[in-house]
Design a protein around this ligand. Structure first.
Ligand code: SAH
Length: 199
């Protein structure tokens, strides 16, 4: 928490993260002592739980407000999902790895985290529940999926790491009331890739 404060993470984000015990999202008890280090970690199916500093920055950029409709792409361990849930948003999340979808659904239910989870392809968004006020992509995207921009409300915001190499550049796209898109970049991060084709 001190490290995140030094990185400029605001009090409201830290308060939300303080409410979510990250070790519970580590599948293997043997490694739970690593949960409060600023590292990503294997969660199975070749995926990782994001660095806590990455979760903090993405949440801060998303700036979730009570009552907003928020879509997360890449449920993974459910840690970022649980952090978003602290803000009292109407929460939706998509995961394409069936193993993680099943396991995380059980975990979030057990923890009483209110979220509608989908097994599917995040590139397509979730048209049946669109539009969303905020969309957060938690895997590295080779490009910005048009469907996600389409499913954004006027005044809405998409936070998405873009890039195919080892690191990705955090992008924040905003849709004006008139439907115009503006884009800003917020530094380099390292994510597992946003994959096409479901397995
Ligand atoms: N928010 C997660 C991050 C997990 S890593 C956490 O805090 O644990 C990114 C996740 O995105 C992985 O679980 C991966 O399976 C998932 N993913 C990759 N491509 C996807 C796609 N096209 N649609 C939905 N999820 C995807």
């Amino acid at each position: 928490m001190e490290e995140l404060t030094e990185k400029g993470i605001s009090g409201r984000i830290l308060d939300a993260m303080r409410e979510v015990p990250r070790h519970q999202f580590f599948p293997d008890q043997a490694f739970q002592e690593k949960a409060y280090q600023d590292i990503a970690f294997r969660i199975g199916a070749g995926q990782t739980i994001s660095h806590p500093s990455t979760v903090a920055v993405q949440t801060q950029l998303l700036d979730p407000q009570k009552g907003e409709k928020v879509l997360e792409i890449g449920t993974g361990s459910g840690y970022q999902t649980a952090v978003l849930a602290q803000f009292g948003v109407k929460l939706f999340s998509i995961e394409r790895q069936h193993e993680l979808f099943i396991r995380t659904r059980a975990l979030l239910e057990e923890m009483n985290i209110r979220v509608k989870l989908f097994f599917g392809d995040g590139y397509l968004g979730q048209p049946a529940f669109a539009p969303f006020d905020k969309i957060l992509v938690t895997a590295g995207a080779p490009f910005i999926p048009q469907a996600l921009l389409t499913q954004l409300n006027p005044g809405g915001r998409l936070v998405i790491p873009v890039g195919e190499g080892k690191t990705q550049v955090m992008h924040v796209l905003e849709k004006s009331a008139e439907g115009e898109i503006t884009e800003a970049q917020h530094g380099e991060f390292s994510f597992v890739p946003l994959l096409e084709d479901r397995n």
